[in-house]
Design a protein around this ligand. Structure first.
Ligand code: NAD
Length: 488
């Protein structure tokens, strides 16, 4: 018998036993040890989650939006109060540094709920006269929405999906990644504590099979998915069976373009943030760094120096650590395999390229921050999402050339430009085929700003007032004001 904690699924405001005792293990990526076990959402749990969500929807959707807003703001306050405890949980599950989780993950999740709670009472319809008659519109919630999350920002993703859904009067059944199942449960507890009615936010646990159930269940009106492009295609195809709405937040292979006139230290900071933050496991990563020829030697020199001197890899809970462990042994191996492919295909390692075994976390799944130079556009590492700390650097000569090369990918999540020339900055960014763009910045994603992908990086947006439309449907009501004419 294991002495580890066993979490159950969270349904109707409390933890619910799955009846079979079937569990899966969750591994701490920094130690390789099992942290805790989680019960799989069996059929009985799935059925209970749906019934509970129906009950929750009847109550939540009938509330005044301002009441919903007040309750959600209580959850925001609780998230902030419990920041350090929640952040520590995210570190143990993901392997990311405490330095990051304590100031980003919970904070940005809470920001999103606060933002949408603020907007909830402002959701309105309109009316228009049609002769003596008129019509009006109502923005109504969709019903039961499913959220399916990835493992890189577990609690933040749960917040970003729940925030607009709940603010608009929907309920959500959320399935976190099986590698990081804890954050969503903690959020569910906080919602209950804040007064969110039972059934409004249920959490079901398991792998892709539980996810697949959510995508086919006919009582679910919408699926908001975050994950890989390949999984996204399966989710969308399955959702088509019952014509569910979908939001897809998928992968990227984003360009970061650095012109000769860029501030070199800022450009190096951006390239490092865009490849080494969360040890490279960020969907918007600028993994293709295009550097104009004149600034290239200085850029490469500073990039190498700063990567080798300033990265502190090790136990993610140590306050000095700024570079953590990858999510799993399999993922570590996948990233190392890509590095081998890069070398074989002719790229030159500027730095990194190996697994790491830091003294204070010798069994963790670490890969050194890695920079390849002499990369060409055709290499595998230039085309495929690696989702680890592997940067590919390219050189370019002129603007038109770099725009074309930056856009020559089927992905289109993000893009960045560094230049002091204000007209060029906007001219180039306007031509980027990407949904999330930065000028002289990289990675910032405030709740007010809509984010999502072009091309195969996604459909729909998260955050920003834009997202309200994705969680409401319009009802048009025509009102006759006169005697009804009829040929019959
Ligand atoms: P993944 O696609 O393997 O899994 C994502 C989720 O889908 C998990 O919860 C998984 O259990 C579930 N799932 C698997 N098969 C399913 C199926 N057939 N039906 C329904 N659900 C299923 O992705 P991952 O490895 O967890 O996350 C990494 C990926 O996520 C990267 O590609 C990254 O770029 C992407 N990502 C995108 C964003 C964004 O906002 N665009 C944010 C974070 C991560």
């Amino acid at each position: 018998m294991s002495s580890k904690v066993i979490y159950q699924n969270y349904v109707h405001g409390k933890y619910l036993a799955n009846g079979t005792g079937e569990t899966f293990e969750v591994i701490n990526p920094a130690t390789g040890n099992v942290s805790y076990l989680v019960e799989v959402a069996t059929e009985s749990v799935q059925q209970a989650a749906i019934e509970s969500a129906k009950t929750g929807f009847a109550i939540w959707s009938a509330m005044m939006p301002i009441e919903r807003s007040r309750i959600l703001l209580k959850a925001v306050a609780l998230l902030r109060e419990q920041n350090d405890d929640l952040a520590a949980g995210e570190v143990l599950d993901t392997g990311k540094p405490w330095q990051e989780a304590s100031v980003v993950d919970i904070v940005t999740g809470a920001d999103s709920i606060e933002f949408f709670a603020g907007l909830a009472p402002s959701i309105e319809g309109n009316q228009q006269p049609v002769g003596a008659d008129f019509y009006y519109t109502r923005r109504e919630p969709l019903g039961i929405c499913a959220g399916i999350g990835a493992w890189n920002y577990p609690l933040q993703i749960a917040c970003w999906k729940a925030a607009p859904a709940l603010a608009c009067g929907n309920v959500m059944i959320f399935k976190p990644s099986e590698e990081t199942p804890r954050g969503a449960m903690r959020l569910a507890e906080i919602f209950t504590q804040a007064g969110v009615p039972d059934g409004v936010f249920n959490v079901v646990q398991g792998d892709g099979r539980v996810g697949a159930w959510l995508t086919t269940n006919e009582d679910i009106a919408k699926v908001s998915f975050t994950g890989e492009v390949g999984t996204g295609k399966k989710v969308m195809a399955a959702a088509a069976g019952s014509l569910k709405e979908v939001t897809m937040e998928l992968g990227g292979k984003s360009p970061l373009i650095i012109f000769n006139d860029a501030d070199v230290e800022n450009a190096v900071s951006a390239a490092m943030l865009a490849n080494f933050y969360t040890q490279g496991e960020v969907c918007t990563n600028g993994t293709r760094v295009f550097v104009q020829q004149d600034i290239y030697p200085r850029f490469i020199q500073r990039l190498k120096e700063r990567t080798e001197q300033n990265i502190v890899c090790g136990d993610p809970m140590h306050p000095d650590t700024n570079f953590g462990a990858l999510i799993s042994r399999d993922h570590q191996q996948k990233v190392l395999d890509y590095i081998e492919i890069g070398k074989k295909e002719g790229a030159t390692l500027l730095t990194g390229g190996t697994a790491l075994t830091p003294d204070n976390a010798p069994n963790g799944f670490f890969v050194a921050p890695t920079v390849f130079i002499d990369c060409t556009d055709e290499m595998t590492i230039s085309k495929e999402e690696i989702f680890g700390p592997v940067m590919s650097v390219f050189t370019f000569t002129d603007e038109d050339e770099v725009i074309e090369r930056a856009n020559s990918t089927h992905l289109g999540l993000a893009a960045g430009v560094f230049t002091q020339d204000i007209t060029r900055a906007h001219r180039v960014i306007h031509q980027m085929q990407a949904g999330i763009c930065w000028i002289n910045a990289y990675g910032a994603s405030p709740a007010e700003m809509p984010v999502g992908g072009y091309k195969m990086s996604g459909i729909g947006r998260e955050n920003g007032s834009e997202t309200l439309k994705a969680y409401t449907q319009i009802k048009a009501v025509y009102v006759g004001m006169q005697s009804l004419e009829s040929p019959f």
